[in-house]
Design a protein around this ligand. Structure first.
Ligand code: HEM
Length: 388
């Protein structure tokens, strides 16, 4: 695994130095390698704290990319990722200075059905497009792809460099299907661990399994033997446009009723503080306080196992209009998207006040393979389980 260092530690970073040298970037500063180290067998970018900025870059395999070439590409990515995440230049990096400060960079490799099949392995049934929901207005340009790289980082320059390096190295093997960029609070703007806000001003991400907890393990990670088992997970990415103009027309109490939580601090409208559960049984004058159409009432699990881990990012294009203007890169991790994500989305598609102002325009599902048990130097790479 990359030598990321413990959360908050300075990490071992070589500014412009040779791979493996151990000069240290300003201790504890934002430039340091502060990404938490994921548990053995897990890729970073799932349980690790999300960086302030994200790039999702999706690829389609070139026709000539055979299983052997795919293996070669993933091995190359594995080596690059180890280097980039620890602040070391990739081999032949022409701008090595841009990667000196990892700034909590995490890079996650995810594979779609096409890549698994190309590797000569039968893909599991759940690794497939989600059913069509009646709220969807999906655009093909944000659709399924063969390989996805998820990059998150606290520094947009480091991120741009890492993304560019990986794009360049990938060109012989695949074409770019799409790129989606997102952001959260800048690191340092709020205390670490503060729940993010989306562009509607809502505190978004409160009721979520806590990384490291037993619940998180069960919700997010798959178990069992074989490549699609231990330490692997699935990633759903839905690009959901948010109509800021229409939202402007809604008054504050109607906005809060639409979700079931306050705008001030994300506390339930039934009282309490942010982390408290919404009391769905609460009544006022014989009427439920939390409406039938409230997002949290509809999103809450209706049966055991209907839980997901949400880890999204905002997108904002001030110069654009329509669905491109603003929204949410809704990203969730779950062991099984069909059993866990689908029932929630199906329920929200049937009834959810938030549908008045939000429209899914992109949708895709990926498998996040476990991290290799070996380092890149030992020949390990994310996805090597497919070639065992
Ligand atoms: C742009 C679209 C969306 C917006 C703006 C949005 C916003 C919110 C907000 C403000 C909350 C309450 C705070 C929290 O617990 O995070 C929430 C909760 C939640 N949302 Fe969404 N959401 C969106 C789409 C979705 C989608 C597509 C799903 C899954 C299919 C989803 C699943 C959930 C779940 C599971 C909860 C927690 C419910 C509970 O209290 O148990 N959301 N969302």
């Amino acid at each position: 695994m990359p030598d990321g260092g413990a959360p908050g530690s300075a990490g071992s970073v070589a500014p412009g130095g040779a791979p493996g040298s151990a000069a240290t970037v300003a201790s504890g500063g934002l430039g340091a390698s502060t990404a938490a180290v994921p548990a053995a067998g897990r890729q970073p970018g799932v349980a690790t704290p999300p960086g302030a900025h994200a790039v999702y870059r999706a690829f389609l395999l070139r026709e000539g990319t055979t299983a052997a070439k795919l293996r070669g590409w993933l091995a190359l990515l594995g080596d690059d990722i180890e280097r980039l995440m620890s602040g070391r230049p990739v081999l032949g990096d022409v701008e090595p200075e841009l990667g000196e400060a990892p700034a909590s960079l995490t890079i996650t490799v995810a594979l779609g059905r096409g890549a698994v099949t190309r590797a000569g392995v039968e893909a599991p049934a759940w690794l497939a497009p989600l059913p069509a929901y009646k709220i969807d207005k999906l655009e093909e340009r944000w659709g399924e792809a063969d390989v996805l790289l998820q990059l998150t980082c606290d520094d947009p320059l480091t991120l741009a460099h890492a993304d560019r390096v990986l794009q360049r190295e990938s060109a012989p093997f695949a074409t770019v299907a799409w790129v989606q960029e997102g952001f959260r609070y800048a690191r340092g703007a709020r205390p670490d661990g503060t729940t993010m806000r989306n562009l509607f001003g809502q505190v978004d991400g409160t009721t979520n399994p806590v990384p490291g907890s037993e619940e998180f393990e069960g919700v997010v990670y798959r178990s069992g033997a074989g490549p699609f088992g231990d330490g692997s997970t699935s990633l759903v990415l839905r690009r959901i446009s948010m109509d800021l103009d229409l939202w402007d027309e809604v008054d504050r109490s109607a906005r809060e009723d639409a979700v079931g939580r306050t705008l001030k601090d994300g506390a339930p409208i039934t009282g309490g503080v942010e982390k408290d559960e919404v009391d769905l049984a609460a009544e006022k004058g014989g009427w439920p306080v939390v409406a039938d159409f409230a997002h949290v009432r509809r999103a809450r699990p209706a049966a055991a196992g209907e839980k997901i881990y949400r880890r999204g990012f905002n997108y904002n294009n001030p110069g654009a209009s329509g669905a491109d203007r603003a929204g949410l890169l809704f990203v969730s991790f779950q062991a099984d998207p069909v059993k866990q994500f689908h029932p929630i989305q199906a329920r929200l598609a049937e009834l959810d006040m938030m549908n008045e102002w939000t429209t899914p325009v992109g949708s895709c599902v990926f498998w996040v393979p476990p991290a290799s048990a070996r380092t890149a130097a030992e020949g390990g790479f994310p996805g090597d389980v497919l070639f065992a």
